[in-house]
Design a binder for this molecule. Sequence first.
Ligand code: UDP
Length: 327
Amino acid sequence: MQLVLVAGGAGFIGSHLCRSLLKDGYKVVCVDNLITGDKKNIEDLLVNPEFKFVEQDITKSVQSSKFIPIKSGQSLDYIFHLASPASPNKKSKRSYINHPVETLLVNSVGTFNLLELAKKENAKFLYASSSEIYGDPKVFPQNEEYFGNVNPNGIRSCYDEGKRFGEALTFAFIRKYKVNARVIRIFNTYGQNMHIDDGRVVSNFISQAVINKPITVYGDGSQTRSFCYIDDMIDGLKRSLFIDKTDKEVINLGNPIELTIIELAGLIKKMTASSSEIVFEKLPEDDPKRRRPDIAKAKRLLSWEPKVPIAQGLEKTIKYFKRVIEL
Ligand code: UDP
């Protein structure tokens, strides 16, 4: 049985990944320091003998045996590095804006520790980067060749530059130590297990709409994003690490269907049959105006593209939020 380490495994994407890997027959070690992740996301997995949760900060040394609770003779085969705050909303205590130093460290020191581990264990490594490395892009859609347009010391720089450093470090280990690694740039993703006070647009709009509170559109709502449902993202992430010849690659994963934020607000309002009014608030600093992935490379290398239409994904997400809010 192969062993997979998921750093950030109690977070939104990480928890879905752990569940899916267990279903596929892998042994999973989930590491999380829970600053933005939540143990509730993995509660049902804790009884599974093939699943181990370790509460640890990966910026601290990961060389101790406590870190990989494996029997002697068992090797570590794969590492997914998904550990990082990821919400830009300063109103959320879970956002990277409120954890700027932790965000920079988990993507630098944390990435270094995990790459050292991959080197030592000869494990295949996936670094979860982000569409944020493109900053406020001037190229549409964004393909992997584009270098981006990033403010190096703006309010979002802890995340953008953290991810850019993480990419550079991953490639340094590929070039210098021949570590089998790849960089995956995740675009906006949504679904169950997003935290209700995560602050990102889908969770905010749904949690506002289901209780008929005002839906807060920042700016005039003409900015765009492209939303990928979690099941599609998990499928893409697994292909990116488990398919041969994906090492040394940088691959965008996301849904290429672009929506304006005002369109998203209208759609969620309609789907929840909400009486919420749509209100307009100040656009946050350095908020990217347009974002849409070019996924030609993922199609070619992984035979992957998103399958879940936004209405179907939102329906499942709304159901989840209604359940959480009622509790
Ligand atoms: N946004 C909004 N209202 C909210 C939360 C976010 O209008 O309550 C906007 C935000 O300004 C951005 C877009 O929605 O233009 C996506 O924001 P999110 O926080 O989900 O992530 P981002 O894509 O900016 O990293």
